[in-house]
Design a protein around this ligand. Structure first.
Ligand code: DGY
Length: 334
C-alpha cells in the first residue's frame, strides 16, 4: 500500500482480521466492514500496481478487489501470501487467475444479480445512442455547429421493431432481452451454450447459431463472460458476417472483441456503428476508435448507479465477513 492508504476502522486492534480494499468502496460499505475488521483502504483510489498488490496479499487476511486489479497465478502461489480470500467487487472475475486460486486454496467471491438491471439499462442506452447518433448530435451541438432542424440531418436507425441478437443469455442478457422485447417491440435472437426457456416462453426469444445471429441481427449485444472461449469472439471474420447496417454493443468485457479489427471495420463502414462500455486494455482505448463518429464510447459504467454500487459493496462485504467468521461464503467463484 502507498502512503496514501487510510485505515477506516475506528478501533484498530491486532486481534481483529485485517482487510485491504484496493479502491475506495461506497462509504457505507467501508463502514460496515470496519465494524468487525481492521480495514485499510487505498485512499489514492488509483489502480494498484503488481508490487502493491503482492504486498497487500502478504499483509491482510482478505483482499477486497476490483476489475482494475490483475491477480495472477504467481501472486496467489506466493509462499508469503497471507490473504486466504478475495472478495471481488463485481460480477466479472477474468482479472483473477481462478484456476490458480483453486490450486492455491484461495477463495474468491463475486457479486452476481445486483448489477443486472443497471448493466442491462446501460446496454439499452448504448443501443439507442449508437442507433440514434446521440453522441454525434451532442458533439455537434456543443461545438456550436447546429444549424437548426432539417428533414434530412443526423438521420439514425429505428430501434423499435428491429432485431436484437444477444450473445450470452445469462442474467444480464435476459434482462436486456426483456427491455428490448417488451419496451421496444424488438425481435430477440440469442446465442448461448444452454437454452433460456424462460426468455423463449415469455419474450419469444429464439436460440440461433452464432453465424445466424451475426448475419441476421440489426444489433449484436455482447453479454457473455470473458474466458478462453470468448476471447476475440468478435474478430475481423465475425465483423464481416455482420450486416453492413448493423451495430455492435459491448457491455461485457473488452477482450471479447478484437478492438483493432473493430476500429478498422467501423472506419471503412463494414458495420454501421458500435456502442462500447468496455475495452481490451482499459483504461486505454484503441486510438483508431477515438476519432470515429460512428462509435459511442463510455468508460466502463455498466454497473455505475449509486444504489447498484452500494449493493455490490454490501454483497462483497457479506462474503468477506463470512470467510473471516469461518462460515461458507454466499457467492463463491472458487
Ligand atoms: C462487473 O461487475 O463485472 C463490472 O464490470 C465491474 O467489474
Amino acid at each position: 500500500m502507498s502512503n496514501d492508504s487510510i485505515t477506516v476502522s475506528t478501533t484498530v486492534s491486532i486481534t481483529r482480521p485485517r482487510v485491504i480494499l484496493t479502491r475506495r468502496w461506497p462509504a457505507a460499505c467501508e463502514a460496515a466492514l470496519a465494524q468487525t475488521c481492521d480495514v485499510l483502504v487505498n485512499a489514492a483510489d488509483e489502480p494498484m500496481d503488481r508490487d502493491a498488490l503482492v504486498r497487500a496479499l502478504r499483509s491482510c487476511d482478505a483482499l477486497g478487489a476490483t476489475v482494475t486489479d490483475r491477480i495472477d497465478g504467481d501472486m496467489l502461489a506466493d509462499p508469503a501470501r497471507r490473504a486466504g480470500m478475495i472478495g471481488n467487487f463485481g460480477v466479472g472475475f477474468n482479472h483473477i487467475d481462478i484456476d490458480a486460486a483453486r490450486r492455491c486454496g484461495v477463495l474468491v467471491s463475486n457479486t452476481p444479480g445486483v448489477l443486472t438491471d443497471a448493466t442491462a439499462d446501460l446496454a439499452m442506452t448504448l443501443i439507442l445512442m449508437c442507433a440514434r447518433r446521440a453522441g454525434e448530435g451532442e458533439r455537434l451541438l456543443r461545438a456550436g455547429a447546429w444549424q437548426g432542424w432539417s428533414p434530412t440531418s443526423l438521420l439514425g436507425t429505428q430501434v423499435s421493431g428491429a432485431t436484437l441478437g444477444i450473445i450470452g443469455m445469462g442474467r444480464i442478457g435476459e434482462a436486456l432481452a426483456r427491455r428490448a422485447a417488451l419496451g421496444f417491440g424488438m425481435r430477440v435472437l440469442y446465442h448461448n451454450r444452454s437454452r433460456a426457456p424462460q426468455a423463449e416462453l415469455a419474450l419469444g426469444a429464439t436460440w440461433v447459431s452464432l453465424k445466424t445471429l451475426l448475419e441476421t441481427a440489426d444489433f449484436v449485444s455482447l453479454n457473455c463472460p470473458s474466458n478462453a472461449e470468448t476471447h476475440h469472439l468478435i474478430d475481423a471474420e465475425a465483423l464481416v458476417r455482420m450486416r453492413p447496417s448493423a451495430f455492435l454493443v459491448n457491455t461485457a468485457r473488452g477482450d471479447v472483441v478484437d478492438e483493432a479489427a473493430l476500429a478498422e471495420a467501423l472506419r471503412v463502414g463494414r458495420i454501421a456503428g458500435a456502442g462500447l462500455d468496455v475495452y481490451e486494455h482499459e483504461p486505454e482505448v484503441h486510438s483508431g476508435l477515438l476519432s470515429l463518429e460512428n462509435v459511442v464510447l463510455l468508460p466502463h459504467q455498466g454497473s455505475g448507479t449509486a444504489a447498484t454500487r452500494e449493493a455490490m459493496g454490501n454483497m462483497a462485504v457479506a462474503n468477506i465477513r463470512a470467510f473471516l467468521d469461518g462460515r461458507p461464503i454466499e457467492n463463491p467463484v472458487v
